[in-house]
Design a protein around this ligand. Structure first.
Ligand SMILES: [Zn+2]
Ligand SMILES: [Zn+2]
Ligand SMILES: [Zn+2]
Length: 93
């Protein structure tokens, strides 16, 4: 899947529902309306990481999982599959 593929609103909403409105990495509670251009408490991003479904990651606060976990601390880095997702996958038999 190309890096610049844009997820459809439906795919993003499904991922959001699957995550229960929380950051999939740190578990912080997020706000639906705070995606992308609407920064503030509870902001988040649907991260690619060359995956077929988005990962819901927080963008604000000290965690900033989209930056730190999704892009290895630098947005110039291509999207990576966050480490917590990899460890989840490895734990599946
Ligand atoms: Zn987070
Ligand atoms: Zn990303
Ligand atoms: Zn994180």
């Amino acid at each position: 899947m190309p890096d610049d593929y844009e997820f459809s609103p439906q795919e993003i909403e499904q991922a959001w529902n699957r995550a229960g409105g929380h950051c999939e990495c740190c578990g912080k509670e997020l706000v639906w309306d705070r995606r992308r251009s609407n920064p503030g408490r509870g902001s988040w991003e649907a991260h690619h990481g060359s995956r077929y479904s988005p990962v819901i990651l927080c963008t604000g606060g000290s965690e900033n999982c989209h930056l730190n976990c999704g892009h290895n601390g630098d947005f110039r880095n291509p999207g990576v599959t966050p480490q917590f997702e990899l460890s989840l996958r490895e734990s599946v038999p």
